[in-house]
Design a protein around this ligand. Structure first.
Ligand SMILES: Cc1ncc(COP(=O)(O)O)c(C=O)c1O
Length: 405
C-alpha cells in the first residue's frame, strides 16, 4: 500500500478534518454517499460565481461557457465507461431516476401482458419498485433470481427462470448490502443469446471497479455521481443508441423537443430527447472533476488499495467476538454488512457515532434481502479510497470496548 498517496488524498477531502463528538471523523458510510474532494466543491462554486447560465439555448458568452463545461462532462463519462458515443449518455438525477426512465419508457412500447422481467433478491429498492410499478400497470410477471447463503447470484436459478416470455433482466453490478460483485458479463451474455434486454445497476460499481459497457455488452448501465466522489442530484443512463432511438421520451418539456405545435410535437435528437427541462448544470459540471480525481489516481491503483484494505478489514472484523458478516462471496468489495450477537445494530450505530465513526444501520433499501436472511437490519461498514488501516483499527477497538468482550 506504500505507493498509494493516502496522506495527500486525505488532505483533498476537507470534511475528513472534521471532529464529530470530539473525535476525528471516521467515515465508513461510503456506500450511502462518498465525500467530495475540494476540486469538485471548487468546480461547483466556480460555476455559480463565474459563469452561471442556462445551457444549450443562449448565444451569449456565459451560456456558451456553461454549455461547453456541461457537455465536457458527457464526453468524460462516455470515455470513463467506454460508451461508443456521447449520444448514449443521458444525464439524470441519479440511479433511481435512471431505472425509472428505462422502466417507464420501455414499458410504453416494449412490454405486453404476460411478458416477464427478471431481477434478483439482492436488488436495491430502486431496482425493484420501478419494475413492480410497470408490472402492475402492464400485467407483467416479475421473477426473482435466488441469492445463495454466501450472498451470490444463483446462476442455475437464473437460467431456469428464463422463459420465452422473458423480455428484460435488471441486475445490480455490486450489491450495496453484501458487497458481492456479480458476474454481469456472463449474465449479459446469456441475455444477449436469448434476445433479452439487460439493465445493470452500477450505483456501487462505478467507483470501485472498471466499467466498460462495450465489453459488458449490456443494453443499459445506470449510475449516480454522488457514489463516486461527485455531487448529489446527478446520474447517468448509458443506453445502446439503437434502443434509445426507439424509446419514447420519459418526460416532456423544454429541451427534449425539436418543434412544438398544437397539432403535434417532434422530439429532439439523442441524448436530449431524455433530458427535459433545465438540468442540474452546476453539479453535472462538478461531476467531471470527480471523474478527473479518480482518473488522476488511476482506477487500477484505487482498486488495488481498496482490495488490500478490504482484506485487512475483513480479518480484523472477524476477530470481534460474536461478529457475523452477511455475504461472503470470494468476489466482493469493501462493503461489510454485519450483526453482532446480542447487540442491536441501531444501538451500535449510535454508540459508534459518539466516537466519531459513521456506519449505516437498517435494511439498506434491500428489505427483500433482509427477509431472505431473516434479519430486520444490519450495521454496515463501506470503505472508500480515503479510508485507512488506522481507521479500521480504531473501529475494531471501539466495537470491542463497547462489547466489553
Ligand atoms: C445498488 C444501488 N442501487 C441504487 C441506488 C440508488 O441510488 P440513488 O439514491 O443515487 O438514486 C443505490 C443507493 O444506495 C444503490 O446502492
Amino acid at each position: 500500500m506504500n505507493s498509494f498517496p493516502i496522506n495527500s488524498i486525505r488532505k483533498d477531502f476537507p470534511i475528513l478534518k472534521s471532529k464529530i463528538n470530539n473525535h476525528d471523523l471516521v467515515y465508513f458510510d461510503n456506500a450511502a454517499t462518498t465525500q467530495k474532494p475540494q476540486s469538485v466543491i471548487d468546480s461547483i462554486s466556480n460555476y455559480y460565481e463565474k459563469y452561471n447560465s442556462n445551457i444549450h439555448r443562449g448565444v451569449h458568452s456565459l451560456a456558451e461557457k456553461a454549455t461547453n463545461e456541461f457537455e465536457k462532462t458527457r464526453t468524460k463519462i462516455k470515455k470513463f465507461i467506454n460508451a461508443k458515443s456521447n449520444t448514449e449518455i443521458v444525464f439524470t438525477r441519479g440511479t433511481t431516476e435512471g431505472i425509472n426512465l428505462i422502466s417507464s419508457s420501455l414499458g410504453k412500447y416494449k412490454f405486453s401482458e404476460g411478458d416477464e422481467i427478471i431481477i434478483s433478491e439482492m436488488e436495491h429498492h430502486s431496482n425493484i419498485v420501478p419494475w413492480q410499478m410497470i408490472a402492475k400497470e402492464k400485467n407483467l410477471k416479475l421473477n426473482m433470481i435466488n441469492v445463495t447463503d454466501e450472498g451470490k447470484i444463483d446462476l442455475n436459478d437464473f437460467k431456469n427462470i428464463i422463459s420465452s416470455k422473458t423480455k428484460l433482466v435488471s441486475l445490480v453490478h455490486i450489491s450495496n448490502t453484501l458487497g458481492t460483485v456479480n458476474p454481469i458479463k456472463e449474465i449479459v451474455e446469456i441475455c444477449n443469446t436469448n434476445n433479452i434486454i439487460s439493465v445493470i445497476d452500477g450505483a456501487q460499481a462505478s467507483a470501485h471497479s472498471v466499467i466498460d459497457v462495450q465489453n459488458i455488452n449490456c443494453d443499459f448501465y445506470v449510475l449516480s455521481a454522488h457514489k463516486m466522489y461527485g455531487p448529489t442530484g446527478v446520474g447517468v443512463v448509458y443506453g445502446k443508441e439503437k434502443l434509445l432511438e426507439e424509446m419514447p421520451p420519459y418526460m416532456g418539456g423544454g429541451e427534449m423537443i425539436k418543434e412544438v405545435k398544437f397539432s403535434g410535437t417532434s422530439y429532439n435528437d439523442l441524448p436530449y430527447k431524455f433530458e427535459a427541462g433545465t438540468p442540474n448544470i452546476g453539479d453535472v459540471i462538478g461531476f467531471k472533476e470527480a471523474i478527473n480525481y479518480i482518473e488522476n489516481l488511476g482506477k487500477d491503483q484505487i482498486i488495488q488499495y481498496e482490495d488490500k484494505l478490504r482484506d485487512y478489514a475483513q480479518k480484523e472484523l472477524n476477530s470481534i467476538d460474536g461478529f457475523r458478516i452477511i455475504g461472503n462471496s470470494e468476489n466482493k468489495i469493501g462493503i461489510f454488512s454485519f450483526t453482532i450477537e446480542n447487540f442491536h445494530y441501531y444501538d451500535l450505530g449510535l454508540l459508534l457515532d459518539a466516537k466519531g465513526i459513521a456506519v449505516r444501520t437498517g435494511h439498506h433499501c434491500t428489505q427483500p434481502l433482509m427477509d431472505k436472511y431473516n434479519l430486520d437490519g444490519t450495521a454496515r461498514v463501506s470503505l472508500a479510497l480515503y479510508n485507512t488501516e488506522e481507521e479500521v483499527d480504531f473501529f475494531v477497538d471501539s466495537v470491542k470496548n463497547l462489547l466489553n468482550r
